[in-house]
Each structure stands twice: as C-alpha cells, then as structure tokens.
Design a protein around this ligand. Sequence first.
Ligand code: NDP
Length: 294
Amino acid sequence: MSASIIDGKDFAAKIKENIAKQVKILKEKYDLTPGLAVVLVGEDPASQVYVRNKNKSTKEAGMNGYEYLMDDDVSEEILISKVKELNQDPTVHGILVQLPLPKHINEAAVIEAIAPEKDVDGFHIINSGLLATGGKGMVPCTPLGCIMMLKETLGNLSGLDAVVVGRSNIVGKPMAQLLLNENCTVTIAHSRTKNLDQVVGRSDIVIAAVGVPELVKGSWIKPGATVIDVGINRILKEDGKTRLVGDVEFAAAAERAGAITPVPGGVGPMTIAVLLKNTITAACRQKGIEQPQI
Ligand code: NDP
C-alpha cells in the first residue's frame, strides 16, 4: 500500500478536544452552555445507535444534550409542534431530527419547521441557499467534515480537479458546493454518468457518496489522488457475520492513491465531531458572541 491513511478517528478526537475547550470558555466568560436537542422517531436500531452516540459526545464535550424519543406512529403535526417548541427554547441552540423518518411523515416539512439558525444538520432550504450563494449559514456535517480532512491533508485545494460521486441533498450536492468554494474544478457524477472510470481517473480529489459497496474501483484512481470514502455499507460475510465497507475498493485504491480514508474510521467519526462544532457555532451566533478560536 502506498497511500497514507487519513485517520478520521484521530482527527475527530482532536476536534472534540478543541470543542471541549471552547465550551469551557463559553461557560466561564458568557455563562453559556451550548445545547443540542436530538429527536428520534421510531426504533430503527441504526438510528438509535447514532442518537445515543450523538448525545454521549455532546455531554462529553460539556454541552447540554436533550433526547426526545417519539413513537413510530407519531403524527407529522405532533412532530412539527415538538420542533417548534424546541425552536422557542432558549437552552436549545441546535436541533437535529434523525433521518430517515417513517413514510407517513413528510421529511421536507419537518426540516423546514426547524429554525434555520438552529438547523445544525444544515439541511434547511435557507441553509442550502446560503451555502450556494456564499452566505453564512449552517453547513451539513458530513461534507464539512470531508472538507476539513481534505484541507488538513492537502492544504490549499485551489485549482484541483475534484469529482463527487453521488448528488444527494445531504452529502453530494453540499460537498460539491464546498469544493467549489475552495476553488476546485468540480464534477458531480451520478447514476446516469457515462464513463465513470474516466471521470474518476482524471480527478485529484475523489469523494464517493453513493451507498454501493466498492463501486469505485482501485484501478480508476489517478496515481497520487486523495480519496474520501463517505459510504457506509454493511455486507454479509461467508461466515454469516457482517462487515462494513465503503463505496471505494479500499485495498486496490490504496495502491494508487496518495491518501485515503478507511471505512470504518474515516468520515464517520468526523460527522459527530462537526455536529458539535456546528452546535457551538449556532449558540455563539444566537447570542451574538464571537466563537472562541483555539
Ligand atoms: P443517496 O442514496 O441519497 O444518494 C446516492 C447517490 O449515489 C445518488 O445521487 C445516486 O445517483 C448515486 N448513485 C447510485 N448508484 C450509482 C452508480 N452506480 N454510479 C454512480 N452514482 C450512483 O445516499 P446518501 O448521499 O445519503 O449517502 C451516500 C452514502 O454515504 C451511503 O452509503 C450512506 O450510508 C453514507 N453516509 C455516510 C455518512 C457518514 O457519516 N459517514 C453520512 C451520510 C451518508 P442518482 O441521483 O442518479 O440516483
């Protein structure tokens, strides 16, 4: 293997350390404890794990974490009224409604009910608009975490050719926008893209956010490229156990790439760290105070 491994776990731990210091300053100087409310509907096991981890990390950083669990059959009206109540709560600076929601609930309507300044996931249409127009909104956690890892690995990204494979509203599109804001030349690939191997093969930066195990082949990677694998896919092994793989054929890609994120241990741990960072940013903006820089 020639690529260096971008250690998301280690990077996330450093960010969390920094966040805990910022929280301490906010408490001492401004009597402000940032608060994050997470709303979970239903009992999806993966969502339960995410919510538990988010709440644990929030408290470890010294912030207030509030968890609201709602039944699978809760009405859209009741869920939205909970969100509106949290919008008014001065101790809550960030609100996150864990997705996916049950089919009878309109996800977009729930997201639009979150006050944009408390939308720490950055999914509200106002925040997407601000990102697209260079404004100061809340930026989705996973793409922001990817950009932070890229800057840490490569420094200046200006002028580099980047491809984002995947165009979802929560990962692919904001990721492409962030790369554009860093002055990359950005290609967005998707299920109708022709000659994906060639599109990937000319890119200095490859972001895979597809949800198809090992779709991006190692042989496609331009020698020396930086590869960020957002995908989390659980596949069944021969022994009946499951294992996590990304959207990139890791071992073969690591032979050609300059740097690559593993799965697990790459993008995943960064997402929660950035969520905490967004919560502090939201709290400081709501109080009109400068976010401590450490
Ligand atoms: P979506 O299913 O919403 O989007 C997938 C995208 O991949 C679509 O734009 C789709 O194209 C594209 N696609 C599907 N098949 C192909 C193909 N064969 N060739 C090229 N493009 C293809 O997924 P998400 O964006 O929500 O998530 C992507 C992955 O990232 C998942 O594995 C998810 O689990 C993971 N994830 C990880 C996070 C983390 O914290 N690490 C956070 C969020 C997601 P089209 O639009 O044409 O259908």
